[in-house]
Design a protein around this ligand. Structure first.
Ligand SMILES: Cc1cc2nc3c(=O)[nH]c(=O)nc-3n(C[C@H](O)[C@H](O)[C@H](O)COP(=O)(O)OP(=O)(O)OC[C@H]3O[C@@H](n4cnc5c(N)ncnc54)[C@H](O)[C@@H]3O)c2cc1C
Length: 363
């Protein structure tokens, strides 16, 4: 016999699902299912940079970040490299450099005890029933079933919920590949790389607690070969790669138009990346995940039609992401990007001592 009925079943406890679970009214019976667990198992591949928009999203709830979530070092500028034109510029950035898994665990720790959280569990199937939904998930090798009145897909780019209920919604997709190396670069840095020969999106590198991470978003066809070709080009520019200690890959969504966002209907809701809420210009998605998760909780807590209330609640977010689409040509069109970078607009000059002396920290 399936267990339930719950009022809400949430699939996925990334920033979107964890925020919704935290904010749902205590009178609602809620179950949240996620494949992550405290240690080991699945961890979300991510650059782990908390952008100002995401900081603002946390500030809206008066949340402050524990220092355990931060990593070393904090970096104030992005080195932007255009491999086609050969131009390099530095731009100021106000990101916080995080351990993404610890960040997710911290968001998870804020979920009230009244919510039933099933961790280390993989959702295998979701179905509509006469009274709502049936969710089949795997826990410690055994299959379990629960029923719920509302179903929330906060299960990221490859969303099972989106595929089951909205197969017609297609969102532009890339394969994100990231590799971790022991950091042997002379100075920690954050970079953003444009290389139209290998991808019409972009690549990045970041240093975290003694590791150097290089990653990029590539069209699916030949993605691994594109990644390796890019590493070769960057090694020639002085990037120190060495032997990788970890390679991760996952799907990454990058909406290409307004119709690619989908908040749901008929009792099924999508939040965060599952809904297509990712910046098409920077790929930043944590802020949109938190915002959409909070809007969804507000809609489900209210007395009106939650589908309409949620769609309405996400209007400003959709508008913001649509405006970012308009910004894309200035970043991704090689000619326009070259003009912008050449102009030096908003770039900062980086001065280094002529003869670098070792500092107390050794760098
Ligand atoms: C390589 C890479 C780097 C990125 N870097 C940044 C960055 O630096 N800053 C930034 O703001 N954004 C970044 N993003 C985007 C950002 O990671 C996402 O937009 C954000 O995580 C979306 O949050 P979410 O809660 O919607 O989904 P997710 O964070 O993907 O969470 C989905 C959750 O659902 C769970 N799940 C999925 N399927 C199932 C299932 N069947 N059963 C059980 N659980 C399931 C997963 O375990 C996961 O915890 C990056 C993305 C990638 C791929």
């Amino acid at each position: 016999m399936p267990e339930g009925p719950y009022d809400v079943a949430i699939i996925g406890l990334g920033p979107a699902g964890a925020t919704a679970a935290r904010l749902l009214d205590s009178r609602l019976r809620v179950i949240a299912i996620d494949q992550k667990q405290a240690a080991g198992g699945f961890q979300k591949p991510c650059g782990g940079l908390l952008a100002p928009d995401a900081q603002k999203a946390l500030a809206r709830f008066d949340l402050t970040l524990p220092k355990e979530v931060l990593v070393d070092p904090q970096i104030f500028a992005v080195r932007t490299i255009d491999l086609k034109s050969g131009l390099t510029r530095h731009y100021q950035r106000m990101y916080l450099n995080l351990d993404r898994h610890r960040f997710d665990r911290w968001l998870r720790s804020l979920i009230p005890a009244g919510v039933r959280v099933e961790e280390g569990c993989v959702c295998r199937r979701v179905e509509r029933t006469s009274g709502g939904f049936c969710v089949l998930y795997e826990k410690e090798g055994a299959l379990r079933e629960v029923t719920a009145r509302y179903l929330v897909g906060a299960d990221g780019a490859g969303s099972l919920v989106r595929r089951a209920f909205f197969p017609e919604v297609s969102i532009r997709r890339y394969v994100a590949i990231q590799q971790w190396f022991p950091d042997e670069n002379p100075n920690p840095f954050y970079s953003c790389v444009f290389d139209p020969e290998n991808t019409d999106c972009y690549s990045w590198s970041i240093c975290k607690d003694g590791s150097f991470i290089f990653g990029g978003a590539y069209p699916a066809r030949g993605c691994r070969a594109r990644f390796e070709r890019q590493k070769e080009k960057l090694a020639a520019l002085g990037f120190q790669f060495g032997e990788p200690v970890k390679t991760e890959a996952c799907l990454l969504l990058r909406p290409a138009g307004r119709r690619q966002f989908c908040t749901g209907r008929d009792g099924v809701f999508l939040a965060g990346e599952a809904a297509g809420f990712v910046s098409p210009s920077s790929l930043e998605g944590i802020s949109s995940a938190i915002l959409s998760g909070s809007r969804l909780a507000r809609a489900l807590n209210g007395d009106g039609d939650p589908v309409r209330a949620y769609a309405r609640g996400c209007r400003a977010l959709r508008r913001k992401l649509w405006l970012k689409l308009l910004k894309c040509p200035f970043l991704y069109d090689p000619g326009l990007r070259r003009l912008v970078m050449k102009s030096g607009l908003e770039a900062i000059g980086v001065e280094r001592p002529e003869q670098a002396r070792p500092t107390a920290g050794g760098r």
